[in-house]
Design a protein around this ligand. Structure first.
Ligand code: SF4
Length: 422
C-alpha cells in the first residue's frame, strides 16, 4: 500500500500468533528494507513502513520464509481464543468452519477486501473495537452456548452452534450480491431476515460480555498472559528485537497480536510474566493500563513521512511525560503530523494536527475536523499545561477529563488554551 512515507506492508500472521524468533526476523527485514519502524495496529496487525518499490519483492520473500501470513476473508477472534478461562465458547472451530465454507467456491473472491467477520467467544478480551460486517458473540452457558448474530451492527437473532457457520455464509452471500463495495451495513434487513428465519432462535436480548482491563491475565491452562503495548503503536527494529530476546530469556515461545497496539506474551507462570513485563517496561514498552501513553495515538510525522510537519510521536511523548495525571484514561489524545490523521482516523476528544503554519487543536473531532484553535508549534507544551490546569480547576469531585471537557465545551477550552486562566 502506498503511503506518504513509502510503501506499507500490513502483515496478519496466521492465528495472530508470532514467535520471538519470527518477531526478530520481521524487525530485521523492516530495518533492511523499510525505515526500521514496526507498528502493531489498533486491530492487532503488524505493519512495516517506508518500503521502497524496488525492494518489495525481496521483502515479501523474506517474510514468507519466516512467518505464514493469513490471506482471504478477515475473520477475527480474541487474541486469547481458546486460552481464556472466561470464554463461553472457544471461537476457533467456528472461525475455521466459516473460513472453509467461504473459501470453497466463488464467494470469497466476490467480497470486498474490507469485509470483516468477528467470532467472539465472550471472554475477557473481545474485538469490540472492530466495526464488523458480521459479528457472532457466544452467549448463554459454556455447556450449551448459543451465538448472537449482528449484521452491520444490528442485532439479528440467536443461532444454535451447528447453524452459525451456515448463517454467516448466507449473510456473506447477500453482501457479495451488493458488489465489491458491499458491506454488512448496506444489507436490506428484510432480505436478511428471510434468508435466516428458518434457523434463528427466539431469545431474550443478550448483555455484552464483561471485559477485563488488566495487564497480566490468568489463562485457562494455568499459564499467564503478559500484555505489553507499543507506545504510540510503534517501535523501532532494535527495540522490538530486544523485546524478543527478553521473551526468549524467560522461555516465552509465543506472542499473540492484540488490539490497542499490544502483544500478549504467553508465559509458563505468573512469575515469568512478571519478569518479562519488567524487562519490557525497561525497554520502553507499556506494561500497565495506567501508563498515560496508552491513551495517545501519534504517527511518525516529520521524522519519517513526507507529509509530516511535526514530529508527532516526540510531541506526544513530551506531553505525556509533562502531565501524566491529566491522562486519566477517560479520553483519547491524537497527535497527527498532518490532517490525514493516519494514526487515529476517527474522532478523539483532543486532536493536535501539524500544518505549515503551526498546530491546530480540534476538540471532539478527527484530524480533518474544524480546529477550535491554531497555535505555533512551540506553544503546544504550554497549551497542554493549560488544558491540565483547566481540568484541575474546573472538575467536580471525581470528575474525569472527558466528562469535564464535554461539560465545558470546545469554545471555553479553546479560550483557556489561548489566554490561560483569567
Ligand atoms: S498523518 Fe502522519 S503518517 Fe499520515 S500522512 Fe500525515 S504525517 Fe504522514
Amino acid at each position: 500500500m502506498q503511503t506518504d512515507d513509502g510503501l506499507l506492508a500490513r502483515l496478519r500472521p496466521v492465528g495472530g500468533v508470532i514467535s520471538p524468533h519470527q518477531l526478530r526476523a520481521v524487525a530485521d527485514l523492516a530495518e533492511r528494507f523499510g525505515n526500521g519502524q514496526i507498528e502493531v495496529t489498533a486491530r492487532g496487525n503488524l505493519q512495516v513502513r517506508g518500503l521502497r518499490a524496488d525492494v518489495v519483492a525481496e521483502f515479501a520473500q523474506g517474510i514468507e520464509a519466516v512467518v505464514a501470513i493469513e490471506s482471504g476473508l478477515v475473520i477475527e477472534t480474541s487474541p486469547l481464543a481458546g486460552l481464556d478461562g472466561h470464554e463461553i465458547a472457544d471461537p476457533r472451530p467456528l472461525a475455521e468452519a466459516i473460513r472453509l465454507a467461504v473459501a470453497d467456491g466463488a464467494l470469497e473472491a466476490a467480497l470486498g477486501p474490507k469485509v470483516t467477520v468477528v467470532v467472539d467467544g465472550g471472554g475477557c478480551i473481545g474485538r469490540d473495537e472492530l466495526a464488523a460486517d458480521i459479528r457472532l458473540t457466544a452467549v448463554g452457558s459454556a455447556d450449551a452456548p448459543m451465538w448472537a448474530l449482528e449484521v452491520g451492527g444490528q442485532g439479528t437473532g440467536l443461532l444454535r452452534a451447528e447453524d452459525a457457520a451456515g448463517a454467516v455464509w448466507a449473510a456473506l452471500s447477500l453482501i457479495a450480491g451488493l458488489g465489491p463495495l458491499g458491506r454488512g451495513r448496506d444489507l436490506d434487513g428484510r432480505a436478511l431476515y428471510q434468508a435466516l428465519a428458518p434457523i434463528l432462535v427466539a431469545g431474550a436480548p443478550q448483555h455484552p460480555p464483561a471485559r477485563l482491563t488488566q495487564d497480566r491475565i490468568a489463562l485457562a491452562d494455568g499459564r499467564a498472559g503478559a500484555a505489553v503495548g507499543l507506545a504510540f503503536g510503534a517501535a523501532n527494529a532494535a527495540t522490538l528485537s530486544a523485546l524478543a530476546n527478553a521473551a526468549q530469556a524467560v522461555g516465552i515461545a509465543e506472542f499473540h497480536l492484540a488490539p490497542q497496539h499490544q502483544l500478549i506474551a504467553i508465559c509458563a507462570t505468573e512469575a515469568d510474566a512478571a519478569r518479562f513485563a519488567q524487562a519490557a517496561g525497561t525497554l520502553g514498552f507499556i506494561t500497565t493500563s495506567a501508563d498515560p501513553r496508552g491513551a495517545v495515538s501519534a504517527c511518525i510525522g516529520s521524522e519519517g513521512c513526507a507529509s509530516g510537519t511535526i514530529a508527532a510521536r516526540r510531541v506526544a511523548e513530551t506531553l505525556t511525560r509533562a502531565e501524566p495525571e491529566f491522562f486519566d484514561g477517560s479520553f483519547a489524545l491524537h497527535v497527527s503530523g498532518c490532517a490525514k490523521g493516519c494514526a487515529h482516523p476517527g474522532p478523539a476528544l483532543l486532536t493536535l494536527v501539524g500544518n505549515e503554519d503551526g498546530v491546530d487543536l480540534v476538540v471532539d473531532g478527527s484530524a480533518k475536523g474544524a480546529p477550535a484553535l491554531r497555535m505555533a508549534s512551540d506553544a503546544v507544551p504550554l497549551a497542554m499545561e493549560r488544558l491540565a490546569t483547566l481540568w484541575r480547576d474546573e472538575r467536580k469531585l471525581g470528575e474525569s477529563v472527558a466528562s469535564c471537557f464535554k461539560r465545558l465545551g470546545a469554545a471555553s477550552i479553546a479560550a483557556t488554551v489561548q489566554q490561560g486562566r483569567q
